[in-house]
Design a protein around this ligand. Structure first.
Ligand code: ADP
Ligand code: MG
Length: 728
């Protein structure tokens, strides 16, 4: 095994970068492999083009004849680019993407065949999907699910396959994927936000939600990564002593990108251009071998698809450069983990960013309306927002002084804090003309066009306003962005819906003018959601105490955090907003609970194997060498030998203690697992894995890492942190 480690190190050290040229003009390649508006104009009849566009813009249904035309145009376009297969491309609840390739090939009796892709194949498929997670929705006797074309996300070519983004639902119509509820949430926020916009501009017809994600990841040489069974099986290192040098010197962040990594990025970004993923920013992140990639923001559904596609693409491109991409939230202890900030805003069909301050008092009032409603939505649903970030892997990150804590709070900066304070003083009921003028001129009118607050750079807030968008920062690097986007858009939709009811009530019953009513309701919202606002250091212990006083939740583990997903409040919220039925929400909860258990179970088994079968035998081997040395010394020095063998004997004893520690804790861990496995109730089982099994992972690791420091480096079988993190 030690040989494998050294072979891997040698292979990694002798690699030459695979040189990739930087794209001169990205724009020329952009969307080349996408059946986008431009391509559709070329390949579709004008009827078909109009049909698809009205499906995209207005959500109209596409009729069969048009679907036939679209599919045959898609096939023609794809085949002209060497494509041979098609697939419905969807995002099941495994978190990854799914595809099943079918050839454009049909037989027509008498031994003849031709290439075909019909409308019905584009619109709907029935994959035998019995092995996808469904949380009990799909009965075994009705194991079929179906995928249905989502025309709002364009088809694209990946390799030699035409990929058609689809939703995935059970035969009884329940969502079995991430896209379906997201589309429903986007529809809900569109409806609710458009109604509010009409207070300010009668012409607004549609509001869409935008998402700009920032993807963090690690790159590790493929040979080194493959030499670690824990990385291969769990995505993270379950043991390994921190290297003498980690990120203390802050010398990686924004530093010169290492050559092999840069070539990987160039190839990845070229592929992204072909697929229409508008990536723009790349840089080194805080930890050694950690990087980030960010696109220009897009409509949320498209941005979600693009992020899923990107995660897939990264793995494939990395392989060509002899890298393995680690998307896990915490692949290495002791250095920063990876997150995925979700930058979010709402935009009207006339191009107004509703979370960007305007130029006139009225447009600023509109901004404040959306701004304050978002804060209120976060305040009222902080537990749900926390829940949506929870996973076994993200548990290592949240609250670990590198990512936002497990407490959700909103940062808005000094300037806007002052504005809210002033609005809190608005008179109850009708406003005097002087007060109105004062508000418009001195409060609302004084919001500057550019709202950049430097204090935001402390980065400790889970949900920060960053000038013209909110940035949800607690999300893990492996997450499917549809999850946070579904929650965020749903809670904001619900909040805007309630806001409208309250404003209209004041207008009707109290005879208030529209702006007076808006000021009145916003004032109450500011008061009632004050507790969620926090400008200080989110990493501090003080904040935990303060947050507790304020009644904010602070769930540190996944099983605790996700419970709220099946609370009456959340079940009703999703149902009211038409996002998920109670059955769908409960099914998802069940899937997550089980997934948590499985992940900890796998980690525990893998660590048991590595510690018992790799670490301990190596420690014994080295200890035998020491024993031999001691008995040799005894031969030479006789009874005086202890004087010369003092340190060796001490080491022999310490090794024995740690070997005993490993064995005894593995036994205890196995017992805890056995007990947990007997528990029938899924929730209790996950809790048992969390509180009874998981702690042994750290305890066993402690002994292994100590042994790593004692045993001769030449014998140590597992590729060390310094090798994983610094060979590039
Ligand atoms: P930082 O690392 O400082 O947070 P980046 O420039 O890396 O900033 O990322 C900002 C992200 O926010 C980008 O993906 C960008 O496209 C996105 N973004 C900018 N404006 C909006 C907006 N109005 N709505 C959604 N996302 C936005
Ligand atoms: Mg950011």
């Amino acid at each position: 095994m030690a040989i494998q480690r050294f072979n891997a190190v040698e292979a990694a050290q002798s690699r030459k970068p695979k040189i990739v040229e930087e794209l001169n003009k990205r724009s020329e390649l952009f969307g080349e492999n996408v059946f986008n508006e431009n391509t559709m104009r070329q390949y579709l009849t004008s009827d078909a083009f109009k049909g698809v566009m009205s499906a995209i813009d207005l959500g109209k249904k596409i009729d069969r004849k048009i679907a036939d035309q679209v599919s045959s145009a898609m096939k023609e376009w794809a085949m002209s680019k060497g494509v041979t297969h098609y697939t419905h491309w969807f995002q099941p609840l495994t978190g990854g993407t799914a595809e099943k390739h079918d050839a454009f090939f049909e037989t027509i009796g008498s031994g003849m065949a031709f290439e075909k892709f019909g409308g019905h194949q584009l619109v709907q498929q029935e994959p035998d999907a019995s092995s996808f997670p469904h949380g009990g929705i799909r009965n075994t006797f009705e194991a079929r699910g179906y995928t249905a074309w989502d025309p709002t996300s364009p088809a694209f070519i990946f390799g030699t396959t035409l990929c058609i983004p689809t939703i995935f639902v059970s035969y009884t119509g329940e969502a079995l994927d991430y896209k379906t509820p997201l589309l429903r949430a986007l529809q809900a926020v569109d409806g609710a936000a458009t109604a509010i916009c009409k207070y300010f501009d009668k012409n607004v017809k549609k509001v869409s939600s935008s998402l700009g994600w920032e993807q963090e990841y690690f790159l590790v040489d493929k040979a080194l990564a493959n030499s670690r069974p824990d990385l291969a099986l769990t995505g993270r290192t379950l043991l390994g002593h921190s290297p003498a040098k980690g990120q203390q010197l802050d010398d990686h962040y924004f530093g010169a990108i290492p050559s092999r990594a840069l070539n990987f990025m160039r190839e990845l970004e070229t592929e992204c251009m072909l697929l229409g993923i508008p990536v723009k920013t790349r840089h080194n992140e805080v930890a050694p071998n950690q990087f980030e990639l960010a696109p220009i923001f897009e409509e949320a559904n498209l941005a979600v698809d693009h992020n899923s596609l990107l995660m897939d693409l990264m793995g494939r491109v990395a392989s060509k450069h002899n890298f393995k991409v680690l998307l896990h939230e915490k692949p290495f202890a002791g250095v920063n983990g990876s997150g995925k900030h979700n930058n979010w805003s709402l935009t009207t069909d006339s191009g107004v960013n509703l979370l960007g301050p305007g130029k006139t008092p009225m447009s600023n009032l509109q901004f404040l309306t959306f701004f304050i409603n978002t804060i209120k939505a976060v305040h009222d649903n902080e537990e749900l927002l926390r829940a949506v970030t929870a996973s076994a892997s993200n548990d290592h990150r949240l609250g670990a002084n590198e990512a936002p804590p497990a407490i959700i709070s909103v940062f808005i900066g000094e300037q806007l804090t002052k504005v809210l304070e002033e609005l809190e003083g608005v008179t109850d009921g009708k406003l005097s003309p002087e007060e109105k003028t004062d508000l418009k001129l001195n409060v609302v009118g004084k919001i500057p066009d550019v709202l950049l607050d430097n204090t935001d750079r402390n980065r400790t807030s889970a949900f920060a306003f960053t000038g013209n968008k909110f940035e949800f920062r607690a999300i893990g690097s492996t997450a499917n962005c549809a999850k946070p986007m579904t929650v965020l858009n749903t809670i904001v939709a619900k909040q805007l819906k309630d806001f409208k009811i309250e404003v209209d009530k004041l207008i009707d019953r109290k005879d208030l003018k529209k702006d007076e009513a808006i000021f009145n309701v916003l004032r109450e919202y500011i008061k009632s959601s004050r507790n969620i606002l926090f400008e200080g250091n989110g990493y501090g212990a003080e904040w935990e105490k303060e947050a507790k006083k304020r009644g904010l939740s602070n769930h540190k583990t996944t099983p605790e955090a996700i419970k709220v997903k099946i609370s009456d409040k959340v079940l009703s919220l999703y149902e009211e907003m038409g996002v998920m039925s109670k059955v769908e929400t409960s099914a998802r909860y069940e899937i997550e609970v089980e997934e948590y258990t499985k992940r900890i179970q796998i980690e525990s088994r893998v660590l048991g194997d590595i510690a018992g079968n790799h670490v301990v035998p190596t420690a014994v081997l080295y200890q035998n060498m020491l024993i031999e040395n001691v008995s040799g010394l005894k031969n030479i020095f006789g009874t005086n030998f202890e004087e010369h063998a003092k340190e060796q004997i001490r080491l022999i004893k310490r090794i024995s203690e740690h070997i005993e520690g490993v064995h005894c804790k593995i036994d205890k861990m196995i017992n805890a697992r056995k007990k947990a496995n007997k528990i029938e109730n899924h929730e209790e089982k996950a809790m048992a894995y969390c509180s009874k099994v998981k702690p042994f992972l750290d305890e066993i690791r402690y002994h292994c890492d100590k042994l790593e420091l004692m045993v001769d480096d030449k014998l140590w079988p597992l590729t060390k942190y310094r090798e994983l993190l610094f060979i590039r």
